[in-house]
Design a protein around this ligand. Structure first.
Ligand SMILES: N[C@@H](CCC(=O)N[C@@H](CS)C(=O)NCC(=O)O)C(=O)O
Length: 208
């Protein structure tokens, strides 16, 4: 097994969290490099595309969160071996990337613009993606997004739903997922109670 180091910001959530969770659940040893925001300006230039997460394996590095999720998912037994189920897993992870990208585009906006754009996102794309993700979950049996078992897709959706429900996103009502996609929230609660996820947050001191 390659010697792994996963670099991502020092908070619970975001694009690096599904890979951290997958590695922990799979019992895969890795260096958990939590980058303080204060160090980011210095480290950014050394990353291939100016963003995190970055995964290092035996001294080589790779970026892009969903590619990293696939790689660590394979190591951890959390990525479907069946090609069709793998495509379903990818579909969900890429859909979450689309909506997360729309949200992160609001992070640095001036206050009034942020408010207007986030309110529009709640009415439009956030509601749309919640609805459609719930439909995909139900189409595949209601418990997991792919392969009828836990995969990195479930972890990625769990991290996004947890963020939406955290109350940390100004102008995004924390109950929007509960109102729009209760089955997705049920799924998220089930993933949160997975023994591997519980053990991860017990070790890291905070709940998702
Ligand atoms: N497409 C990339 C996006 C990476 C990205 O934008 N990461 C954010 C954190 S979630 C970041 O590094 N932001 C700081 C910056 O862009 O300076 C991926 O999926 O990994």
């Amino acid at each position: 097994m390659a010697k792994l180091k996963l670099s991502y910001f020092d908070f619970h959530g975001g694009r690096g969290e599904p890979a951290r969770l997958a590695l922990a659940i799979g019992g895969i040893a890795f260096e958990d490099d939590r980058v303080p925001f204060a160090d980011w300006a210095r480290r950014k230039a050394a990353t291939p595309f100016g963003g995190l997460p970055v995964l290092e394996a035996d001294g080589e590095i790779v970026t892009q969160s969903n590619g990293i999720n696939r790689y660590v998912g394979k190591l951890a037994g959390l990525y479907p071996t069946d090609p069709w189920q793998a495509a379903l897993c990818d579909e969900v992870m890429d859909a979450v990337e689309e909506i997360v990208g729309k949200l992160t585009a609001t992070f640095d906006l001036p206050a009034e613009q942020m408010k207007a754009q986030r309110q529009a996102l709640v009415q439009g794309p956030i509601t749309f993606y919640l609805t459609r993700l719930q439909q995909r979950l139900e189409a595949h049996g209601g418990r997991y997004f792919a392969g009828d078992r836990l995969s990195v897709a479930d972890l990625k959706v769990f991290v996004w739903i947890s963020h939406l429900r955290s109350g940390k996103l100004d102008h995004v009502p924390r109950d929007v997922a509960d109102r729009v996609a209760p089955k997705l929230v049920e799924h998220s609660e089930r993933i949160k109670s997975h023994p591997g996820v519980v053990a991860y947050y017990a070790t890291h001191g905070l709940s998702a």
